[in-house]
Design a protein. Structure first.
Lengths: 199, 303
């Protein structure tokens, strides 16, 4: 066998090994995630996340969030935003660690950036309502959730936020009516049941 | 002394211009507060009434850092304003106090909470003739505080170094550890705070070189309130003794009072709009030679 053939065979072997290793990396990461082992799931793609591989960076950021390493998660979501400033995935993703840290102002900044590009993005609205709730901005939450109930009329979460805001503002009739609608959609909703028992 | 006052004044001026130009940005959060306080001294041979007015300006950049500036004007009237040559009203005191506060926040996932580093500086001048070494004061107070992400546990440690040395060397040091916790879905909050105060010269601090006191504060947020539609209610009780105390939650310095032996206050807060707060407080403070009763009202607007 000529040296050229040997070189070609060795080259193809390494190429196929590299491709296989790449497949294994994603598979391994997903398998660890399915088992709830987020640390190993993140380790499996750590090298790819250190490059400019946008998907790896986003996935790594999410897995860091799942591990409770919120500052690291924010760092990688910021890296993903720098790689692709148009990414709504990254701007929605970064709200997760900020929500976990109770940093409602940051959540508002990023959800509003998403909403300027996509007016009725449900996830962005839901997390913005979460921020208004966390910040005890009952007037804002009441107005915001009120508009959303016409866009997502079957959604129990939006109705529950609307009911909570009205309850906090002392508007018992509107709060009760909204909580009753929540129970039509989710009969075991604890907050709605408790409010209606006491009011 | 004058340079610190000049810095605080300049900062107040520039930050007010800065605040009005940036408040619309969602990354900047501005609050302006005006408050007034009036009260009288009971069981006092000399002191009659006091009036106080303050303005605070607070600017936050998201949840990274915060700058606050405060100005307070205080007037204490003494009795016998029309008693001719023996007029104790001549001892009336007018005081100007400036304060600046800088806070920087860190978020620590291992401790699962927000760490606040804080530095407060006060510059106080007054025309007191009777008060001992209390007419020109500089206070520097660093603080480290922790608040859990769930906002149900807080701890803090503050050190205040008060320099009353315009006439002779006189330093007051104060250590203020505190702990607070929330319950009832954080609709209730209890805070316990200790004031450990030492004086470098007991002759200038009413023969006291070391004093200790502790306060407990309970605050409840209504849903909404049964009491005059209030948003929140709070009660604060102080026991023990303290002198020349510093309370940086309200930018208060007790530099013109005697040995405080306790206090109790009751406060109510209203939120008529999402960005507007009203707070009213009625309180009584007991000192070694008199009592002080007061009413306080505060209006805050947030942008």
């Amino acid at each position: 066998m000529s040296s050229t053939k040997i070189t070609t065979i060795l080259f193809l072997f390494f190429i196929s090994f590299t491709c296989y290793a790449g497949d294994t990396m994603w598979k391994q990461s997903q398998r660890f995630e399915e088992k709830g082992d987020y640390e190993q799931a993140a380790s499996a793609i750590e090298h790819a996340a250190s490059t400019d591989n946008e998907y790896a960076v986003l996935r790594y950021a999410y897995l860091k969030y799942k591990q409770g390493e919120y500052n690291d998660s924010i760092e990688y979501y910021n890296k993903a935003i720098k790689l692709n400033a148009k990414s709504l995935d990254a701007k929605l993703g970064i709200t997760l660690p900020y929500i976990a840290q109770g940093r409602w102002r940051q959540v508002k900044v990023y959800t509003r950036q998403v909403l300027t590009k996509s007016d009725w993005d449900y996830t962005a609205h839901e997390r913005l309502m979460m921020a208004e709730d966390g910040d005890k901005k009952w007037h804002s939450l009441g107005r915001h959730s009120g508009k959303l109930t016409t866009i997502y009329p079957t959604d129990a979460t939006t109705l529950a936020y609307h009911a909570r805001a009205k309850a906090r503002l002392g508007n018992t009739p509107v709060a009760s009516a909204a909580y009753k609608k929540v129970l039509m959609r989710e009969p075991d909703h604890a907050e709605a049941n408790e409010y209606l028992e006491n009011n | 002394m004058k340079s610190l006052k000049r810095i605080l004044l300049s900062a107040l001026f520039f930050s007010s211009i800065f605040a009005t130009s940036v408040y619309a940005d969602e990354r900047w959060y501005v609050s302006a507060t005006a408050n007034g306080m009036a009260g009288n001294y009971s069981d006092s041979e000399l002191r009659d009434r006091f009036y106080s007015a303050s303005a605070w300006l607070n600017v936050d950049y998201l949840d990274y850092y915060s700058v606050a500036l405060a100005y307070n004007n205080l007037r204490i009237n003494f009795k016998g304003a029309d008693a001719g040559e023996f007029d104790t009203g001549r001892f009336d005191i007018t005081q100007d106090a400036f304060a600046g506060r800088f806070q920087y926040y860190f978020y620590n996932d291992t401790l699962a909470g927000k760490i606040t580093t804080q530095l407060v500086a006060h510059s106080i001048t007054n025309d007191a003739r009777a008060a001992v070494a209390a007419d020109a004061i500089i206070i520097i107070a660093p603080k480290l505080a922790y608040m859990s992400y769930e906002k149900d546990l807080a701890m803090g440690l503050e050190y205040a170094w008060s320099d009353y040395s315009n006439n002779r060397s006189f330093i007051i040091q104060q250590l203020t550890p505190s702990i607070g916790f929330g319950f009832n879905q954080n609709n209730d909050w209890i805070q316990i705070k200790a004031y450990l105060i030492t004086s470098s010269d007991k002759k200038l601090s009413q023969n006291e070189d070391s004093l200790a006191s502790a306060s407990i504060k309970w605050q409840h947020w209504f849903n909404p309130g049964p009491v005059f539609a209030a948003h929140n209610l709070f009660i604060d009780v102080l026991a023990g003794e303290r002198i020349f105390a510093v309370d940086n939650e309200s930018f208060s310095v007790y530099n013109l009072e005697d040995v405080q032996q306790g206090s109790v206050l009751l406060g109510l807060g209203w939120r008529p709009g999402e960005d507007f707060d009203i707070t009213a407080i009625a309180g009584v403070e007991k000192y070694n030679t008199y009592n002080r009763e007061y009413l306080y009202i505060s209006l805050s607007k947030h942008w």
